[in-house]
Design a protein around this ligand. Structure first.
Ligand code: ZN
Length: 371
């Protein structure tokens, strides 16, 4: 494994974004007991514990750790309308509330979301400037469900598109690919780049999980953007082999065809086998292998330029092991940490005939996309 100069962008403030008076994904009241501590699915602990595991394993010491400035207002306005930003700030200043579909926030979330987007911007900038080989942004709140004027699914600002738009202004960047392997559909990124051919968006996700009401693989973009939006819906229960098959048969050939100058991964960990908000069967080695594959593509297509931005992942105890595997692969440094759940999740993989059925569906998609 080649050692690389890997950046890790994080800020304690991102762990202070709260979901206010909501537990799991339900409003408190009636039959729903008030929260004790961090009972909302989108708890800071999944992310904080990843950073903690990096610290105790020693990995943090070998990475370039940094915070960043909050994203600036002019960049924000490139994607989000003034009216929405005003409303978001107002709810945040007033102590929080529910801003959109599954988008609860607490006091100060507006500033924290600006910082979260700022981390992604800084990660992209450091890689494009050549300061770092690759970089990870521990953004929270996440961004991939957010529409320009409509927050949803715990997302308030479109972190990755904001980072792309800022980078396009500062660097002569013509083609960026976004691989979204969060288990939920990357609808925000799809929407923002729907009619553009400069950003290839690929989303691998559990079919019909979240958000409701989309048409899956038939959503291929429009106008200039036709063919530059690929959706790869997977059956609930899909495991390691199906994901790797989708990567090698569809994602990598799509990258080769597009020839990006930068690859960004919208890295959710919620396709892991114990996630409370999805039904997939991945383990830490799946995330390691998917990272290895995109890294290989980045090496051959764009000088290794890879940025990984944290999205979802709600299994407090398990996300850290999946995240550590991604960071080990990115940096080329293997720690002594062993994934304590790896063996049991490997025993839960779908049997061969089910994998074959899923692979046949993926073969059809590959053909549909002309890959
Ligand atoms: Zn998700």
């Amino acid at each position: 494994m080649m050692k690389r100069k890997t950046g890790f962008f994080f800020d304690e403030h991102c762990f202070w974004h709260s979901t206010g008076a909501y537990v799991v994904t339900l409003p408190v009241g009636g039959w729903v007991q008030p929260s004790s501590g961090t009972a909302h699915a989108e708890s800071p602990e999944t992310k904080r514990r990843l950073k903690n595991l990096m610290d105790v394993s020693g990995l943090s010491h070998s990475l370039h750790l940094s915070s960043a400035s909050p994203i600036d207002e002019p960049t924000l306005r490139k994607i989000h309308p003034e009216e929405y930003l005003k409303r978001f700030k107002q709810v945040s200043d007033n102590g929080g509330g529910m801003l959109g579909i599954e988008a609860p926030l607490g006091p100060g979330s507006y500033e924290i979301a600006k910082l979260s987007a700022g981390l992604a911007c800084a990660a992209v900038e450091a890689v494009l400037s050549g300061e770092l080989d690759n970089a990870y942004s521990l953004s929270r709140p996440p961004g991939h469900h957010c529409l320009p004027d409509k927050p949803m699914g715990f997302c308030f600002l479109a972190n990755i598109p904001l980072a792309i738009e800022q980078a396009k202004e500062r660097f002569d960047l013509k083609r960026v690919a976004v691989i979204d392997w969060d288990v939920h559909h990357g609808n925000g990124t799809q929407h923002i780049y729907w009619d553009r051919s400069d950003v290839l968006t690929i989303s691998m996700h559990q079919d019909g999980c979240f958000p409701p009401g989309y048409s899956g693989e038939d959503d291929i973009g429009e106008g200039e953007g036709t063919g530059y939006n690929l959706n790869i819906p997977l059956l609930a229960g899909a495991g390691h082999h199906s994901y790797i098959y989708a990567m090698t048969q569809i994602v990598l050939p799509a990258l080769e065809r597009f020839k990006p100058e930068l690859i960004i991964v919208a890295c959710g960990y919620d396709a892991n086998a114990v996630d409370p908000l999805a039904r997939m069967q991945l383990h830490s080695e799946s995330f390691r292998e998917m990272t290895r594959l995109v890294q290989q593509a980045a090496d051959s297509l764009c000088d290794g330029k890879l940025v990984v931005v944290h999205e979802g992942g709600y299994a407090e105890s398990y996300v850290p092991f999946c995240g550590l595997a991604v960071l080990e692969q990115m940096s080329g440094i293997r720690t002594e940490v062993k994934d304590p759940m790896l063996d049991s999740i490997r025993l839960q993989q779908p049997r061969e005939e089910f994998e074959l059925f899923q692979q046949q569906q993926l073969d059809k998609l590959k053909e549909k996309f002309g890959l």
